[in-house]
Design a protein around this ligand. Sequence first.
Ligand code: SAH
Ligand code: SF4
Length: 340
Amino acid sequence: MIDIKSMTEADLSKWLGGFNVAPYRTGQIFRWIYHRHVTSFSQMTDLPKALREFLSEHMIITQVSIDRIQTSSDGSKKYLLRLRDGQHIESVLIPERNHWTLCISTQVGCAMGCKFCLTGQNGFVRNLRASEIVNQVLTIIQDFDSHERLTNIVLMGMGEPLANYDNVLKALRIITSNNGLGFSSRRVTLSTAGLVPEIQRLGRDINVNLAVSLNASEDNTRSYLMPVNRTYSLKEVIDACKRFPLPPRRRITFEYVMLAGINDSLRDAERLSRLLRPVRSKINLIPFNQFDGSKFKRPDDSVILSFQKYLIDRKYTAIVRKSKGSDISAACGQLRARMG
Ligand code: SAH
Ligand code: SF4
């Protein structure tokens, strides 16, 4: 059976075309699935009966199920979702001032092994299919009363999106197409640990926002924290960012997890400021979220604030990201796919 939610409109048109089905049927089918949330082809009442039957014989409309929802004291909601093979992933709804942001996962686990990240420490299980990425959004839209205010999507949950490139790209196309989930590509952000060739590919393939997890200002510390830096050094990552095609007024976000005594000195701020000079950037400073067994500590607020001030004084946009959902382990780097 073909997993129709892993197909972009172009994929579906091509497949249907092979059976002489008219191209406009693709839009109809997409709208049934992504706007009207049907779960079977028989519900697609404006399709000829023969076509509905043909589709049901060859294709399946997959779903994920909600195993648990936890609500944090700050209003964020963490969904534990069960996939068809019994694996679990987490997606987190985050309240902002006027809208909601949904943080979705792209892999079960992560192979990158970053030392400060719980997902990374727990290892890699498998890539998500495009349908499993899309279904996180679709399932939560259906569960969530204020879904019309869910305007932003971030690929910052479990996994390294660019290590699952093809499926992530398909999912992004479905999430941002009008007949699909219809999110504006300006409001979709992909975060990467810095896979250079795929950053370049992404820039050619689709117009979503890029966030790069920098987390250090020089190679030694970065290689220690993020083994991927031994493959793609800071210079290579920044060079890829310089070349990344940015529409007018858009910027690349650089994430910087602040770890006491590791990367939080003013020397670091100075190096970071020099490093980012050639890129249109904004900086998210993320105070480290503690988890059991981690050897790192978050810096004192005064240290975080002077780091931020150093950058702001040099005309950077630098925001200290308030940790959302830490009481339910829904904050950055606290996601793990376990029950209980
Ligand atoms: N793999 C991608 C996206 C998922 S991680 C990436 O690394 O960019 C999302 C963000 O959470 C990254 O910026 C990462 O640096 C941050 N993060 C991971 N563990 C964290 C922790 N314990 N505390 C704070 N931020 C963390
Ligand atoms: Fe993977 Fe991102 Fe965690 Fe690194 S920070 S281990 S890339 S999820």
